[in-house]
Design a protein around this ligand. Structure first.
Ligand code: BDP
Length: 729
């Protein structure tokens, strides 16, 4: 219907309705129900409860921005937006200081200098928030040495207001423990996303660089709000075209959008690019022509993106090209690229996720064997990027033995945020507990008591170049991450990259309050549900140290029976090794001896079935079905009971969520409810299929009270999902 039609008598009756609808859509009149679709993430600024609002109003009377700086400008904009929503008022942005002003400033600005605040040891990204007297007035100062530092401080001030923490008598200082806090997007140029469950790639390469969506700004805002300062735009299984002129221009357009938010752009580099797009006969890193090609390429990129971060490289892994194609080492390859970016201040993040088709060694051992001998041979601007565990982003893995074993090389942590092996977006699994478990693991290397966090933050080995990468779960879906609760994994990744010693619980609470409501009647049960959620997935998919039992390719659903794939280590049967005597992978001295790659104290614990935490038992041991467990049950009974516990925990999660309807807007409530229902069905599928399969070896009854699987094994083996998402090969 055309608006002009409203003026004709024939449709007069319908017009008031139509106009109201049109006005509501255009935002001119307030809608009685605040529709929520998850787009705002944790940066929602709904009005505070009246008491809190009144108390906060005198603390946000105006915004003073001290200095010309794009990051300061966007910090001011974010405060305006946040205060506008939370306090329902628009504070003026003005240069004069008055009571209740929020003063944003750089250490170098005269007004901030005059306060003589302790800013010098905040580094480039730390911030200070303090309630002070300035020019005779009580104000809140948010100060830092750089614009992004101030922006981080502004977000922290808003966080406090959102969750109801005090805003008076502030004296807050925070500096990031890690230098590189980077998302790895496994996004392809055709907008598919490897292991992505949130729609298409958010990068619309086709319309870049001419068109930059506001979503790119909101992406950068979200990252800045949790301290993420880098984004690798393209898949580690890289296409060389991303290094050609047109794609550099597209990346540059994104870099321009991200810059005020302190987010730098990086690219995954395909090692064979000199051949594919450079016309050279080979990509041998010791060939001077190849090195010159990369230097020229780096110069070209830096001309377009002066603050380009550097390259991420997956080489000689899963069929990707690399220096070993020419008989060279990972260090030869990494150093050649490092020399190309070094004049511009760039870094190379060289992945240690390698395993080879020809190598029959236990896959869990291979990265250590390849990389430890190279310790000390990498250039200063190289980080070796190591996945949290030695296999591949499983629901649970012991920490990677490389942590602590390469003291002369900065090791960067690589976590997965997207949930390839954790049920995709439909399964609610808060990964904060997994990140915490890995980071707080004791390596006892380089010194007794060292933890993974001590290695990653450089303190144990004296490295200044440090970092953490997270494989992003972001896509074109309206809610960014495919599910509302998966936003929490992006959030906790950023927070733990800032502070790898942080605990997962308080971060979950913060997220729940900001994303839904600060009401503890909502937040407390939700936090409890989140905190147990990843363990539930471990229980119903891979209990007691089992791993890599997912179906082939897409990794959707159970496939423990698969044993006919070309490479042994692609087969679940390779990992569980079930037979008539028992189950599990013997990685002790009587087996692959992967355990020897850990510090002797840690190895001794892992190697002893009586001392190891039972959650890791079958990772390291082949165990008899009747072995008594700490519960008093046999291993077989314990296995079945643990699968069942996973399923029943999901049932509890559904009930918890169902009881929270009054606190959540209808759309998000319903979407989460539907996903939890899918999760419960799939948890049961995992349990039933796994129990049906493993009982063919165990040849034992189910423990009393444990239900028979719904179908026979052939049913589960016959299920096929050729179009399950996430697999782009
Ligand atoms: C595995 C994924 C695969 C990735 C690979 C990697 O299945 O798609 O390419 O990791 O990290 O988890 O390179």
């Amino acid at each position: 219907m055309q608006l002009s039609a409203c003026f004709s008598a024939r449709v007069r009756l319908w017009c008031p309705l139509f106009l109201a609808f049109a006005l509501a859509l255009s935002g001119l009149v307030a809608s009685p129900v605040r529709a929520e679709d998850g787009y705002d993430l944790w940066l929602r600024y709904p009005p505070l409860a009246e008491g809190a609002r009144r108390a906060a109003l005198p603390l946000a009377t105006r915004i003073v921005v001290e200095g010309e700086d794009d990051s300061l400008r966007v910090a001011g904009e974010e405060l305006t937006r946040g205060i506008g929503g939370l306090l329902q008022t628009t504070p003026p942005v003005a240069p004069q200081v008055s009571a209740g002003a929020i003063v944003l400033g750089l250490a170098s600005s005269p007004r901030i200098e005059a306060l003589d605040l302790p800013l010098s040891d905040l580094g480039p990204e730390g911030y200070l928030i303090r309630s002070v007297r300035m020019e005779g007035q009580s104000v809140t100062v948010i100060a830092a040495n750089t614009g992004p530092g101030v922006l981080y401080g502004a977000f922290e001030w808003l966080r406090r207001m959102q969750v109801g923490e005090p805003l008076t008598d502030l004296d807050v200082r925070s500096t990031p423990a890690l230098r590189l806090r980077v998302l790895n997007h496994w996004d392809n140029l055709n907008r598919t996303v490897e292991r992505g469950y949130a729609g298409q790639s958010i990068w619309d390469w086709h319309t870049l660089p001419g068109f930059t969506q506001t979503r790119y700004v909101d992406y950068a805002r979200a990252n800045a709000s949790i301290g993420i300062n880098g984004a690798v735009l393209n898949n580690v299984n890289a296409n060389a075209l991303s290094l050609t002129g047109p794609y550099i221009a597209k990346a540059a357009a994104l870099a321009d959008v991200f810059r005020p938010y302190g987010v730098r752009v990086y690219l995954s580099a395909r090692f064979s690019a000199p051949v594919e797009i450079g016309g050279l006969p080979n990509a041998d890193p010791l060939n001077p022509e190849v090195a010159a090609w990369w230097r020229a390429k780096a110069d070209e990129i830096y001309a377009a993106i002066p603050d380009f971060g550097g390259f991420l490289v997956k080489a000689n892994s899963e069929g990707q090209p690399g220096p070993q194609d020419y008989g060279r080492t990972h260090a030869d390859g990494a150093n050649m690229l490092a020399d190309a970016v070094a004049p511009h201040g760039g870094v190379v993040m060289w992945r240690a996720f390698v395993y080879s088709a020809e190598n029959t060694t236990d896959r869990a051992r291979q990265a250590y064997e390849e990389f430890v001998p190279l310790d000390g041979t990498f250039r200063d601007n190289v980080l070796v990027q190591v996945k949290n565990g030695p296999i591949d982003f499983q629901p649970r893995e012991p920490f990677h033995p490389l942590f602590g074993a390469m003291p002369r090389t900065p090791l960067m942590m690589e976590f997965q945020i997207t949930k390839e092996y954790l049920g995709f977006a439909t399964h609610l699994a808060y990964l904060g507990t997994m990140y915490e478990e890995t980071l707080q693991s004791v390596t006892d290397r380089p010194v007794a008591g060292s933890t993974v966090a001590d290695v990653v933050d450089g303190s144990a080995e004296g490295h200044g170049l440090t970092g953490m990468a997270g494989v992003a779960n972001i896509g074109s879906d309206r809610n960014w991450s495919g599910s509302h609760f998966d936003q929490a994994n992006w959030y906790v990744f950023g927070r733990m990259a800032w502070d790898p010693r942080a605990d997962a619980g308080p971060i979950a609470r913060d997220w729940a309050k900001r994303t839904f409501t600060p009401d503890p009647e909502f937040a407390e049960p939700v936090v409890e549900m989140m905190m147990g959620s990843r363990e539930a997935v471990v229980d119903y998919m891979t209990p007691l140290g089992l791993h890599h039992l997912m179906a082939t390719g897409h990794h959707y659903g159970p496939g423990p029976w698969v044993d006919d794939l070309a490479r042994p280590e692609w087969n679940p049967a390779y990992y569980h090794r079930a037979d008539a005597t028992g189950i599990g992978f013997d990685r002790t001295a009587s087996g692959s001896n992967a355990v020897a790659q850990y510090a002797p104290t840690v190895a001794a614990r892992f190697a002893d079935p009586d001392r190891i935490d039972e959650r890791d038992l079958l990772w390291f041991h082949h165990v008899a079905w009747d072995r008594p467990m700490r519960s008093g049950r046999t291993l077989w009974d314990e296995l079945v009971v643990t699968y069942g516990r996973g399923v029943s925990t999901v049932g509890d999660m559904r009930r918890t969520w169902a009881g929270l309807e009054a606190h959540v807007d209808a759309r998000r409530f319903d979407e989460v409810s539907q996903f939890l229902a899918i999760q419960e069905q799939e948890a049961k599928w995992w349990r039933d299929a796994s129990v049906s399969y493993f009982r063919t070896f165990a040849d034992r009854r189910l423990p009393a009270g444990e239900p028979e699987p719904e179908h026979d094994l052939d049913h589960y083996r016959g299920l096929s999902f050729p179009f399950a998402p996430g697999n782009t090969h």
